[in-house]
Structures are given as C-alpha cells and as structure tokens.
Design a protein around this ligand. Structure first.
Ligand SMILES: NC(=O)c1ccc[n+]([C@@H]2O[C@H](COP(=O)([O-])OP(=O)(O)OC[C@H]3O[C@@H](n4cnc5c(N)ncnc54)[C@H](O)[C@@H]3O)[C@@H](O)[C@H]2O)c1
Length: 511
C-alpha cells in the first residue's frame, strides 16, 4: 500500500506512541543504562575482558556489510579469507557504498593493512590457533561444509542465512555445534533489530486485536538491461585467479568462475527467491506470530520473465538462470486458540517479483483492531481500524493508547494529539535505525566471552541453529511446494534437530 508523506508521518508517530506505552519503564531504564541500545534491548553488556578474535570467510556483498558494521569494541578482526581477489580488495577498500566502506576506512590504514591478514584459502585462516570465531558469508551451498569444518577446528561460528541448502545439512550443523561445544549463530538479523523488537512488543500487548493475515513481499525490478545484481559479469582479475582452479571450485559445487560469481541463480548452489529474500519475511512473520511453527504451505513459482524467450533485451535472452523469477506463496500459521479450534488460523502471503518494485520490501500485519506496516527494515507505521461508532481511525488519524475496560490496552484516535514524552523516547530509539547486524555480532561475542550456550529465553543466541533451521524449513519447503505443485503440511519431526526427518527426503512430499 502506498501512503502520502503525511500518512507516513502519522503512522510512524502512532507506532512510537504505542511503543512508548508498551515500553515506558523499559525506555526509562534504557536511558539510564548508559550502554548501547541494542545491548539493553537484547540483554547483554559491554564486553568485559579481551575482545573476541575473529576471522571472516567471504567478503562479497554481505561479507562487506558485516565487516563494515562489525563492533570493534567486541570483536578484533585478525583475518579475512576470500577466493575472489576482487572481494579481498573490497574487504580493505569497500566499494564506495555507505554500507560497505571497507576496513581501511573503518579501522584505519595501520590496523587494516598490517594487523589483519588476508588469505585466498580459508584453510589457512582456520589453521590459526589464535582465531576463536569465524563469520561465514559465502554462497548458500558452502555454509554447511565451512561451518562444520570451522567448528571442528575449534571456532565458534556465525554463519549467514539461509542456514543451509537442505534441512538435513542444518541438522548436521546443529549436531557439530553440540559435539564440539561451539556456538552456532545464524545471521537472520531481524532477531537483533530494535525496530522489530518494538513492533513485536505492541503486537504482544494486543493492540492489533486478532491477527488473521500478514501480507509480505520483496519486489525488485531487474527487467532493465544490465540491472540484475544477481547476474554479474566476471571481473577479469577473478577470472585470471580462478580459471585453473576448477577442481577446487567443484569441491564447493561450482562448475566454473561464472557459477561462483552468480551462484544465486543456479539450483545447485542457491535456494532461489525464497532462500535469499523470502526467508527474511517469513522470519519476520513468524516473529510477529510468536515464533509458532507453520501448519502448511503452498505456492506458485515460475520463470515468467527470464524464461519467456524471443522477447526482450539481449542480456535477457542470454540469461542462463535456473531459479524462478517470480514466486507467490501462502503459509498457514496456528492462531493462539488453534489447539482448541482449528479454524483459528493466520495466513501469511508472500510474493517476490523481479519485474516491479513499486512496493518496497516489508510486512503488513493485519489485525481486527489495527494494522502494523514495516518497510525495508527501516520504518514502522501503525494505524487503527475505523471505529463503527465514530468512524475514527484509518490512515488519517493520530492514535494514543488507553486502558480498555477489561480487555487490556486499546488504540484510540485523536485529531491533534501532541506526541507524549514516552512516544518521543520511543521515537529516539529508532531514529538512527540499525538493521541488527552490529547487535547480532555484539551478542555473539558476548555469548562467547561469557560462555553462554543457552536457549534464547535464557540469554543465549537469539538466532541459534534450531531457530534458524525453522526459517530454513519454511523457505525450503515452500520451494518443494512450488516444484511439486502441492500443499505441504509441516511435520513436527522436521523441526526436531535430533530427528533425521526432513522435507526433502519425505516420501509424502517428494514421492
Ligand atoms: N542477512 C542478510 O540480510 C543478507 C543479505 C545478503 C546476503 N546474505 C547472505 O550472505 C551470504 C553471501 O552472500 P553475498 O551476497 O555476500 O554473496 P557474494 O557472492 O557477493 O559473496 C560471497 C563471497 O564468498 C566467497 N567464497 C565462496 N566460496 C568461498 C570459499 N570456499 N572460501 C572463501 N571464500 C569463498 C566468494 O568469492 C564471494 O566473494 C549468502 O548466504 C546470502 O544469503 C544475507
């Protein structure tokens, strides 16, 4: 849905008002704590003792973001490994993008060039005894191999999402963490986003009423010639360095250098739009629904743009991708009373397009009393359903929170309410929004230094292997639903790390 600037501002003020109400004591504490906001929200402290000595494997698009956002007070980067020389250079120099400034700008030339070692072979990095933990930001197909090898070499692991290419691989990563006693974190950063945490706080308070639908999307437009960031030309420097290394590349599932560079568009190395993009929105949706496990999913996916031959630009005609370029999936989730009555279902619909991006990525949570809209991990808006008596509500009114009779807090509308002090405080928490990467790395280091290997509710990693596996199960099962054109009911044993059952080997799914 598109909003005018005024409606947007109202929606943001409403959100801050509600967060100010739901978290008024908390926000006072946050102001007094004098620690980083993320630390306060997610229950960790500034690191005491030595910083954690970390190596990064993979410094491509996402690795560069993580290097740029890493918290130097918690983490000492001692090495970076990447098989592409251009991306090793990018780790140092960035690429001119604010999100990816590079280590020289972030840490200064002396530290970046003399204290950090750069390797083309990750095995040299893993062999270093002084490295305690690794951050892995490599293509999906390699997560499983690299994470397990790293844990066996005695390193804690923070691996980028999607956790792995199969659920079976996710389970063996969790087992390796258990066997080695190492921490395994997965980079679904919304678990460390103050914006999402605040959004969930107002959902938990019941301000949206009964939630029956979440509409989520990630729409991009790659249809303009040469504009597809998932389909790049191979840089001659990478080609020269890797052209004779096909045996090494094949070990990781890449046929050649082009396959390594454009790993996302091939079935053997990527997981398609659901793994790359949809997993974020399904993660967010399941956070909003209280992290319940889904009941079933179905969907349609097609190569509806790139697969249509004979029409369009030369690069479209020459495109070699295997993955779908448009997906539309539906997930059924249990509502709070589902156990007693199976009509209590909330439905998440998700689409990812490659030919239209009018709507930015995000989620719209629709309840019987209000709607929450989160856009691009950067802003959240709150609107009230119009009251049947007065008509008050919709997208034109400022809201405040009042105590309803016996049903707890409710939204009330007002034409000209000035923001309350707590709304202003809540606004300040999301003014300079962090997407959660820094907090995710801070908490990872906090758990390492303080030896915390506990479930999230006891202060452990918020996105550990088991949590991340549930996200992988949703994304990968929806791929199977689209491929086999069926509605697939999720089985509890798939979510059990100790049980070998997995959707990709389930006869009822793939048989
Ligand atoms: N959390 C997020 O929001 C987010 C956003 C983008 C990407 N990601 C994830 O990050 C991961 C990486 O994505 P990307 O966009 O950076 O891809 P990319 O292709 O830009 O970078 C991957 C890098 O890994 C390197 N690499 C591959 N195999 C290697 C090996 N064996 N040893 C050393 N280096 C190796 C490649 O050379 C490349 O530089 C993916 O899993 C992706 O899903 C997460």
């Amino acid at each position: 849905m598109q909003f005018t600037p005024e409606q947007k501002q109202l929606g943001k003020d409403n959100f801050n008002e509600a967060v100010g109400y739901s978290r008024r004591d908390w926000l006072k504490g946050a102001a007094a704590a004098g620690t980083g906001l993320g630390a306060f929200y997610f229950g960790y402290e500034k690191l005491k003792g030595e910083r954690v000595r970390v190596g990064f494997i993979g410094s491509g698009d996402e690795g560069s973001v993580l290097l740029t956002q890493h918290p130097p007070e918690y983490m000492e980067i001692v090495a970076v490994a990447d098989i592409r020389p251009t991306n090793l250079e990018r780790a140092k120099h960035g690429d001119g993008n604010d999100d990816r400034v590079g280590l020289i700008k972030k840490l200064g030339e002396k530290t970046a060039l003399t204290k950090i070692n750069y390797y083309s072979d990750y095995k040299e990095l893993l062999a270093r005894k002084d490295i305690e933990a690794v951050v892995i930001a490599t293509p999906l197909i390699s997560h499983h191999t690299l994470a397990i090898e790293a844990m066996k070499a005695g390193k804690h692991v923070l691996c980028e999402k999607l956790m792995a290419k199969t659920v079976t691989d996710c389970k063996s990563m969790i087992k390796a963490a258990k066997d080695t006693g190492k921490l395994l974190a997965v980079g679904h950063q919304r678990h460390y986003s103050v914006l999402y945490d605040n959004a969930y706080s107002i959902i938990k308070m019941g301000l949206l009423g009964d939630i029956k639908h979440i509409r989520a999307q990630w729409h991009r437009n790659n249809s303009f010639p040469g504009r597809d960031s998932w389909n790049k030309k191979v840089d001659p420097k990478d080609f020269a360095a890797l052209k004779d290394k096909n045996t090494y590349l094949k070990e990781f599932g890449f046929d050649d250098v082009e396959h390594l560079v454009n790993w996302r568009v091939y079935n053997a190395t990527g997981g398609g739009l659901m793994a790359e993009l949809g997993s974020h929105q399904l993660d967010a949706s399941s956070i909003f629904l209280g992290k319940v496990k889904p009941i079933a999913c179905s969907g349609y996916g097609g190569k509806n743009f790139y697969g249509v031959k004979g029409i369009g630009s030369k690069d479209k005609q020459e495109d070699k991708r295997e993955i779908d370029d448009h997906v539309y999936v539906t997930f059924e989730f249990p509502g709070p009373h589902y156990e007693e009555d199976q009509n209590d279902v909330a439905v998440v619909t998700y689409s990812s397009l490659s030919t239209n991006r009018l709507e930015p990525y995000g989620e719209q949570v629709m309840g019987s009393r209000g709607t929450l809209v989160v856009q691009t991990e950067q802003q959240a808006m709150l609107f009230k359903e119009a009251s049947p008596e007065t008509g008050a509500g919709g997208v034109e009114q400022r809201l405040y929170v009042i105590n309803g009779n016996d049903s707890g807090p409710v939204l009330s509308a007002s034409a000209s309410l000035a923001p309350t002090a707590s709304a202003a405080a809540a606004g300040a928490t999301v003014e300079k929004i962090s997407r959660g990467y820094t907090e995710e790395m801070e908490h990872f280091c906090h758990c390492i230094r303080n030896n915390i290997n506990a479930p999230p509710k006891d202060g452990g990693l918020r996105c550990n292997g088991t949590v991340a596996m549930a996200d992988a199960i949703m994304a990968l099962t929806s791929n199977l639903a689209m491929k086999h054109k069926k509605r697939i009911a999720f089985k509890p044993e798939w979510f059990d790390p100790e049980n070998p059952a997995a959707p990709e080997t389930d006869k009822e799914v793939v048989g």
